[in-house]
Design a protein around this ligand. Structure first.
Ligand code: ZN
Length: 232
């Protein structure tokens, strides 16, 4: 099951953004092929869970897409659907290069108020130096970059960043106020859950919808405070 599917005309649709009555009506009139699963482009069926959660599912339970790809595609669709709902155009897999000639390919890229913003989705762990290198490449291109990672990846990354943060910014003395999730000020990261309800988590049990998180990036509410990146 997934919360976001692609409409036949290529517009990403978030089931959670559709009021219950409209969703039930849509279920009656939707034809097979009107919506496609983000993982494999197979026809999506509109469903409602016993808890009243609207979602899309495969017609048959089978999907050959690897978990890695599935998470990545569901995440991209979630980000793009949220941006669409905010009236912001976005593109995925956008190539670019920095002034020094380093190439990159952005998972999702959009522009707002003269800023170019990239959302990178990383399911499996990559070394901290790879996060940093990719972040610096975007900075050198005048692009802001924000990361959405799977919870397990966030926790592993947090171990590496905490060590660096303590050493670099606190002289290895653990501060009285703590270091929150131990993230770095130069590397904005949040967690994304794509199974079932799509939510962004920041640590400290704080969550937001993808749209609220993106709005926080745009209006500056998503900030680094006391070792954590979160919404104020
Ligand atoms: Zn699939």
């Amino acid at each position: 099951m997934t919360q976001v599917a692609w409409r036949r005309d290529g517009v990403p649709v978030d089931a959670a953004s559709i009021p219950g009555i409209e969703w039930e009506a849509l279920k009656q009139v939707a034809q097979l092929g009107d919506f496609m699963m983000p993982c494999c482009k197979a026809p999506a069926v509109l469903k409602t869970s016993i808890n009243g959660l609207a979602f899309f599912a495969h017609l048959s339970d089978e999907c050959d897409t690897a978990p890695e790809t599935k998470w990545h595609k569901a995440g991209k669709a979630a980000v793009m659907a949220a941006l669409t709902s905010m009236g912001i155009e976005s593109r995925d897999e956008v190539p670019g290069r920095s002034t020094s000639g380093d190439k990159w390919e952005a998972d999702v890229l959009f522009s707002v108020s003269g800023r170019t913003i990239v959302i990178e989705l990383q399911r499996s762990y990559q070394h901290l130096r790879d996060f940093t290198r990719r972040q610096e490449r975007y900075a050198a291109s005048g692009v802001e970059s924000y990361w959405l990672v799977r919870k397990e990846t966030f926790l592993t990354l947090g171990k590496a960043t905490s060590r660096l943060l303590l050493k670099r910014d606190f002289g290895n003395v653990f501060p009285l106020g703590g270091i929150g999730t131990g993230m770095l000020p130069e590397l904005p990261v949040a967690m994304l859950e794509t199974e079932g309800e799509q939510v962004v988590q920041f640590g400290g049990f704080k969550t937001a919808t993808v749209a609220v998180w993106l709005a926080g990036i745009i209006d500056g509410a998503f900030q680094y405070r006391g070792g954590s990146w979160n919404l104020g």
